[in-house]
Design a protein around this ligand. Structure first.
Ligand SMILES: C[S@@+](CC[C@H](N)C(=O)[O-])C[C@H]1O[C@@H](n2cnc3c(N)ncnc32)[C@H](O)[C@@H]1O
Length: 278
């Protein structure tokens, strides 16, 4: 087993200053008090599908998550299926520490502090997984080709892939700074931007083309998180309506032609596929 401790400054208001232990403690304390972010339709829907998947296989599945963050979603799955084997890869040290503590009680779960790039890096004893997923990560990845190469190299033949990505930073930037960040990250200048400062527009065609190059067959693409639904759900806290809302969003998006109009209406995209068996 190899724990790569590549230094990766935390994505925080600390900017580019070196992260001190004190700063890490302050950020960590903030995490502990934060509510799990499962109040958006895309993540809620994904959680339901993961629970169904684990249930179908009686919990005997292995999951690799690229960019695990604080491991909120998988913790909910592990609470119901504690025997499931899980490895989360997370380069941000504060998130990785938090996730490690969240999952400490689950024997078969571990967090590896690393970027999801080096295909030859052993990440677990059994190195191939039934399902490889990423949630709100693709838009923050500097090198998507290496990221998918890593994911594909760690997938069992016929293993599943699920990638949810958010176009909100690009389509609804909340500040001039974010607008500039997206513009720079979508240009040739991306190569000069640090790994933890990437936020960009990810065209579906790019995901399709990279997946194709790694034998990942995309079976379905679903669209979620209409901004007015998200803000209403946050305010009203009506989780019981999530099923209705996700159903409506998925069906509505199916009726629309591909393109920017659809992405503006539903800025979270979820790609469902599997690796072609050998
Ligand atoms: C918006 S956060 C999402 C975190 C988590 N998946 C969630 O849904 O809460 C994006 C995550 O992608 C991670 N990330 C960015 N580039 C990465 C890379 N090359 N490999 C693995 N993770 C990466 C970041 O460290 C960050 O935790």
């Amino acid at each position: 087993m190899c724990f790569n401790t590549t230094p990766y400054p935390s994505s925080s208001e600390e900017g580019d200053r070196p992260l001190t232990w004190d700063a890490m403690d302050v950020m960590y304390a903030r995490y502990v008090n934060q509510k799990p972010m499962l109040d958006k339709p895309a993540k809620w829907y994904l959680l339901q599908r993961l629970l169904e998947y684990a249930d179908e296989h009686k919990g005997q599945v292995s999951i690799l998550e690229l960019g695990a963050g604080r491991a909120y979603v998988i913790k909910k799955v592990l609470e119901q299926f504690p025997n499931l084997r899980y490895v989360g890869i997370e380069p941000d040290p504060v998130s990785a520490k938090y996730a490690q503590e969240q999952l400490a009680g689950f024997e078969n779960a571990k967090i590896v502090h690393s970027l999801a790039y080096n295909q030859n890096q052993p990440i677990a004893e059994q190195d191939k997984f039934d399902l490889v997923m990423s949630l709100s990560v693709l838009e923050h990845v500097k090198d998507l080709k290496s990221f998918f190469a890593f994911g594909a190299a760690h997938t069992k033949p016929d293993g599943a892939h699920i990638h949810v990505y958010d176009l909100g930073h690009a389509l609804y930037p909340s500040s001039l700074k974010e607008k500039l960040q997206v513009a720079v990250c979508n240009s040739v200048l991306r190569q000069y931007i640090p790994e933890n400062k990437i936020a960009r527009y990810v065209p579906l065609e790019e995901v399709e083309s990279i997946c194709g190059a790694h034998n990942i067959i995309i079976e379905q693409v679903t669209y979620h998180n209409m901004p007015s639904h998200v803000s209403w759900l946050k305010k009203a806290g009506q989780e019981e309506l999530m099923g209705l809302i996700t159903d409506l969003e998925i069906k509505m998006a199916q009726k629309m032609p591909p393109g920017l109009d659809k992405e503006k209406l539903f800025p979270s995209v979820c790609v469902w596929g599997h690796v072609r068996g050998q």
